[in-house]
Design a protein around this ligand. Structure first.
Ligand code: ZN
Ligand code: ZN
Length: 116
């Protein structure tokens, strides 16, 4: 992945996994949601230093997707809770994502590491 980390500009290896919302008809609580239900995540590119590790997500079954995947959040979402997510439209998700990304980029401009 060559996208720079949205917080510090280093090479990113992770994406923010925070769920901005689910498709309108999908109103199941987060824990009942399977991996194939349509939802929108923040997707902010992050390096390992700036990402907040929030646990592992387990996929079971015999499919090629079974296994463990780490869940990581950007600084804007590290304290957020999934229960606050609501069914939203694709356009709403795009709007939320743009707001968060802009906020993260502003943080990056005001908080440079001392060796830059
Ligand atoms: Zn970073
Ligand atoms: Zn995020």
């Amino acid at each position: 992945m060559s996208e720079p980390c949205i917080c510090c500009g280093n090479e990113s290896t992770l994406l923010c996994d925070f769920v901005l919302g689910f498709q309108l008809f999908a109103t199941l609580p987060y824990k009942q949601v399977g991996g194939d239900l349509t939802h929108w995540t923040c997707d902010a590119p992050l390096c390992a230093t700036c990402a907040t590790f929030a646990g592992n997500r387990f996929y079971c079954g015999s499919s090629e997707f079974a296994g463990v995947e780490s869940v990581d959040y950007c600084p804007a979402h590290k304290d957020a809770r999934h229960k606050d997510t609501n069914p939203i439209m694709a356009a709403d998700a795009e709007y939320l994502r743009r707001q968060v990304w802009a906020k993260l980029r502003r943080t990056r401009m005001t908080a440079r590491p001392p060796n830059e």
